[in-house]
Each structure stands twice: as structure tokens, then as C-alpha cells.
Design a protein around this ligand. Structure first.
Ligand code: OXD
Ligand code: MN
Length: 586
């Protein structure tokens, strides 16, 4: 028995399922599981319902328990050996205690259920950057979702071979009780135990749990970075493709930017990833990125032909089987998924909980309702997507959601100032995590909920990576979400964000100068192409301006955040903060 087989046996003996099924990743298997899911009731609901196959081929609908619709950060733990190693950015329980707690929940928990064994690889199995993994779950929805999000099945079993070096993810939906819901990470053991939730970010363990929290720790040990970032290639009219990374907090438009249809003729965005990037230093000293995932788990509301035409095509494409919709509303007349932003409210609509939609003061689709769809359905998928070496990065974009303070775009002078800006960036919270929405919190590199170790060490790791890069990418900070006094968004966003990308390419190519400000470099007058936009001079100024009063308040928040990390904040960052303070006060 090899390590993979003995892990399955160990889990079977411990979890005591009625049957065990190991996924082979074939199309036939997916069809069988989808058939079964349409007959299976879990937690009082049929797992999958078939949607209109003419309009949305291969699509199925899932409705979750209303208590299980988002990531639960307060129930997520990093069980490093000491609290200090986990850092103030993580909830912590001593590993032995955590393991005992989880063992008592998991023991015999699959009695009467099927235990699905999901062998999978994050990244192209041919890539030296790829990682082997196994998830054990009792959820057929999770098994099918993982098939979309990762390379599942026979090729993963082959890749694991006789090795003992694979991630172990143990998941059970339990009884979907928030009182017994925990997502526990054991970075030192390359293991996650997740109990009591079927929600993507809590249950598809290849995603946030492994590819960010555990992988960020592995990257720290091994000299690379696991980041909450999109990867895109922007093709200019001369055919040259410039590769960018973009880090934004959850539900701040990453998927829209990753599948952007630029407004400019001759420009094209090629998609490589919409959520997670693994970054390595190549033999040539450049930064290279791969997307470890193979699917999109995107926020449905707001996705429409006007805002994201490429995603609408992706969702209606029939190449890869299946596509899943979770917690959207349903137009009962034509059995299609519906969400806010898609247009007029259909007459005969059932809301995300399955009741007739009548109370128009509430959204019909859950604000964090999602689609799960393969990257291979995406018409703009880059031909470099599967390149085992990844793509060389020229620009990194960090973003937050701020109605004030943060300008539309600003370029950082060098890597260290970029790391400072990213480490201190704030953003308003969204529906992607349970809890209050719209409160500003620091969300460094959009990684606050995902960094699997002390963020002070993480900042230092970022600085060290920069020192090793021969030709570091330029770093930009953006904010698409500024509002005017009436509370309306000033910047149109979505496809118009290509205006900002175009300016960034000009900067990378050295084609345009920049204007210095207290916080970094701004576009020179008229350098940002705003043609055809109806923006007043006053609003343009607001978008590209530093309001010292707002920034004074911002500095207090940054200081407060940094102080949580004490001596762990690298000197370069403390100096950069002091520098900013002098400029704002000066
Ligand atoms: C996601 C998230 O699901 O960031 O990608 O919450
Ligand atoms: Mn995300």
C-alpha cells in the first residue's frame, strides 16, 4: 500500500462511511455524479437541479443552507505551533488541542454517507511549481465543484505516485451547524480539517485553504509567494502582450478585470486566472506566475453582458461539464439562474431560498451567490494558461474598495514602496465573508483572511523576494470605487478600467512620464485616456488627488494596524510610513 492508499484506508477507518468512491476525473464520472446529485437530498435540499440546457448548457443549480453562504473568518484557524507564528492576522488554537477537537467532530461522521476521495493537482501536473493534493469529503457538491476548480482524478493519482508529499484536506459538511463549524489549518502538517460548511471558500479545500493559507506558508519556507491575485495578459495593437497580476479583496471585481473586454480597438485581455496566483522567481531573475486553479468561483450579482460580456459567454459555453450556480434566484418561466444586475426582474422569480420573490426591498439572489465554471469554457483563456513555467510579470496592481481617500491609480516608485502601499491598503468589507459589510479594514495585499502565517514575516518575505528579482515588476495601486458627495460612483469601472491598464502599459514601456505626489506617481495631465467619458474636471481631480486631511486619518489607521505586529514590521516599512507621515504633514 502506498501513502495515498494508506491515507484513504486511515480515513475510511476513522470516518466510517458506508462507501468510498475515488474520483477518476472522467466525463462519464461527472455525468454519473450529476445524475446522482439530482436525486440526493442533503440537509433537506436536493443537491442539484437541472437548469435550462439550451440557454445554459451543462448547468445545474445548488441552494445551500441560509446559514452557510460565505466564508466564516471567525471560525477559521491557523494552528501553527505558536500564536506568534500564526500572527495577529489569524485565529489560533494550539495544534494538539485543535486536532483533538476536530477528531471528535470527525470520528464516524460519515456513517450512512459516501466518502469521496478527490486526488487533485494544483497547477499543471507537468509544472515544477504544481502541488499534489487529496481531499476527502462527504459532499457530492464539493466533489463536483472540485472537478471544476482543480485537475482531479487519474492524472493526480499518477502525479502523487508513491510519494508521501501531498496535501491532506479532510472535509465533512457535518450537520451544517454553525456551532460545530471549524476550518482548521495545520501548516506544519500540510493538512486542513474543515467541518460543518459546504460553502466554496470553506469546503473546496484546494482553493483558499490550500492554495492560499497553506501554500503561502510553503512559499515562505521555500522562497515563493502564494497570492490572492488575478493573472492577465494585455495585448496591445502591436501584438505585444504585457502580463499583470491584480490583488483585490473578495467581491471587488477581480473576475471582471480578469475577463475584461477593453474599450479600445486593438487591445485584448487574455485571461490566466481570476483569484489565485503562485509566483516564482525564474532562472532569468524575472517574476513568473501560474494559476494553480482550473476554474472560476465568481460572484454572480453584477455579472452581465454590459459589465462582463466574456463571463456571460463563459457561463453559456458547453465545453466543460458541468457548470454550477449556487444561491442565485431562478426565473421560473424559463428555468434560468437570475441575479441582480442581469436586467429587469422576471415576473415569476423564486429567490435564493426558493420562495416566490415578492419583497423587492431585498435582493432575490444572495449577494454572495456564485457560479463555478471551468477556465476551459472561457473564450479569452490565454494560450499560456497551461505553460508549466508560467508567464513573466511586468506589473502588479493592488486594489481596495474605498469611497474616499484612495485615488483611482497611483504608481509606486519602487518595489519597497509598493510593498509598503500594499501592506497598508484599506478596503470596505463585502458579502464574501459573513459579518458587517462596508466597514474599512486594512487588507494587506488582499491577503488578510488568507495569509497562513504572521503577516509581519509575510511583509518581510515580500521585501526579500524583491531583492532577488533582477527586473522587478512595476507596482500600481488602484481604487475603482470612489464616490461623490451624493454617494454615486465617480469612475464607471468595469470595461472602462482598460483606460487605466493602457496607462500602466505606457508607464512600463517608458512611453509617458508621471507626476509626483505625496503617495506616489500620478498620470500626467491628459496621459490617462478619458475620451468619450463624461467626467467633470472636478471629478477627475477627485480621482487623482491626495487629500491631506483624509490621509492624516489614514495614517492613524495604518499605525494602529502596524502596531499589532510590533517588532515584526520590517524597518523598511516603518521608514516608509514615517516618510509618508512627513510628506502628508509637511
Ligand atoms: C473568493 C473569496 O471566493 O475571495 O474568491 O472569497
Ligand atoms: Mn478570492
Amino acid at each position: 500500500m502506498n501513502h495515498f492508499e494508506s491515507f484513504i484506508k486511515e480515513m475510511k477507518d476513522f470516518l466510517n462511511p458506508d462507501s468510498v468512491y475515488t474520483m477518476d476525473g472522467s466525463d462519464g464520472e461527472a455525468q454519473r455524479l450529476v445524475e446522482e446529485a439530482q436525486k440526493t437530498e442533503v440537509d433537506g435540499r436536493i443537491v442539484l437541479q437541472k437548469l435550462n440546457q439550451e440557454i445554459y448548457p451543462n448547468s445545474y443549480y445548488h441552494r445551500s443552507n441560509p446559514n452557510d453562504v460565505a466564508r466564516t473568518e471567525h471560525l477559521t484557524f491557523v494552528c501553527a505551533p505558536t500564536k506568534e507564528e500564526a500572527g495577529p492576522n489569524n485565529n489560533w488554537i494550539e495544534p494538539k488541542e485543535a486536532k483533538e477537537k476536530m477528531d471528535s467532530l470527525f470520528k464516524n461522521s460519515m456513517k450512512g454517507r459516501t466518502m469521496y476521495v478527490i486526488p487533485f493537482v494544483m497547477g499543471n501536473p507537468k509544472s515544477k511549481y504544481a502541488k499534489n493534493c487529496v481531499e476527502i469529503t462527504d459532499s457530492i457538491y464539493v466533489a463536483l465543484s472540485m472537478r471544476i476548480m482543480a485537475r482531479v482524478g487519474a492524472e493526480a493519482i499518477k502525479s502523487i505516485g508513491d510519494s508521501a508529499d501531498f496535501f491532506k484536506g479532510i472535509h465533512s459538511i457535518g450537520d451544517v451547524n454553525p456551532e460545530r463549524r471549524f476550518i482548521m489549518h495545520f501548516p506544519q502538517d500540510n493538512m486542513v480539517m474543515s467541518f460543518g460548511s459546504g460553502y466554496g471558500g470553506n469546503a473546496l479545500l484546494g482553493k483558499k485553504c490550500y492554495s492560499l493559507r497553506i501554500a503561502s506558508y510553503l512559499g515562505y519556507k521555500e522562497g515563493w509567494l502564494a497570492e490572492h491575485m488575478i493573472i492577465i495578459g494585455v495585448e496591445a495593437p502591436d501584438g505585444k502582450i504585457t502580463y499583470f497580476l491584480g490583488a483585490f479583496p473578495s467581491a471587488c471585481g477581480k473576475t471582471n478585470l480578469a475577463l475584461l473586454e477593453p474599450i479600445f480597438k486593438g487591445y485584448k485581455v487574455w485571461t490566466l486566472g481570476d483569484d489565485i496566483a503562485w509566483l516564482n522567481i525564474g532562472a532569468d531573475g524575472k517574476l513568473y506566475a501560474i494559476n494553480p486553479e482550473s476554474g472560476f468561483f465568481g460572484v454572480a450579482p453584477g455579472t452581465a453582458d454590459k459589465t462582463n460580456p466574456v463571463m456571460m459567454k463563459t457561463l453559456k459555453n458547453n465545453k466543460f461539464y458541468p457548470t454550477l450556480f449556487t444561491n442565485t434566484a431562478i426565473d421560473k418561466n424559463d428555468n434560468t439562474p437570475w441575479w441582480e444586475g442581469l436586467g429587469n426582474i422576471p415576473e415569476n422569480l423564486s429567490d435564493w431560498q426558493g420562495t416566490q420573490y415578492t419583497d423587492k426591498t431585498k435582493p432575490a439572489a444572495h449577494p454572495n451567490s456564485r457560479f463555478t465554471v471551468s477556465v476551459y469554457n472561457c473564450p479569452t483563456l490565454s494560450k499560456e494558461y497551461d505553460n508549466p513555467n508560467g508567464v513573466p510579470i511586468s506589473g502588479i496592481i493592488f486594489g481596495g474598495r474605498r469611497k474616499d481617500t484612495a485615488p483611482l491609480v497611483c504608481e509606486c516608485k519602487d518595489w519597497a514602496s509598493g510593498v509598503f502601499a500594499a501592506s497598508s491598503i484599506g478596503s470596505e468589507t463585502t458579502a464574501a465573508a459573513s459579518g458587517a459589510q462596508g466597514t474599512v479594514r486594512r487588507d494587506p495585499m488582499a491577503m488578510l483572511p488568507f495569509c497562513g502565517y504572521n503577516m509581519g514575516d509575510y511583509f518581510n518575505h515580500w521585501l526579500n523576494i524583491g531583492k532577488k528579482l533582477k527586473n522587478p515588476p512595476k507596482i500600481f495601486v488602484v481604487n475603482w470605487f470612489r464616490k461623490d458627495e451624493k454617494g454615486n460612483f465617480i469612475w464607471p469601472g468595469f470595461r472602462d478600467n482598460s483606460r487605466v491598464l493602457k496607462w500602466m502599459i505606457d508607464r512600463i514601456e517608458g512611453k509617458t512620464g508621471a507626476r509626483e505626489s505625496e503617495i506616489g506617481l500620478f498620470p500626467q495631465e491628459n496621459a490617462l485616456d478619458l475620451s468619450g467619458l463624461n467626467l467633470s474636471k472636478e471629478n477627475i481631480d477627485k480621482l487623482l488627488n491626495v487629500d491631506r486631511q483624509e490621509w492624516k486619518k489614514e495614517i492613524v489607521l495604518i499605525e494602529e494596524f502596524y502596531s499589532k505586529f510590533g517588532e515584526k514590521i520590517p524597518k523598511e516599512l516603518r521608514d516608509a510610513l514615517q516618510n509618508l507621515k512627513n510628506k502628508i504633514n509637511g
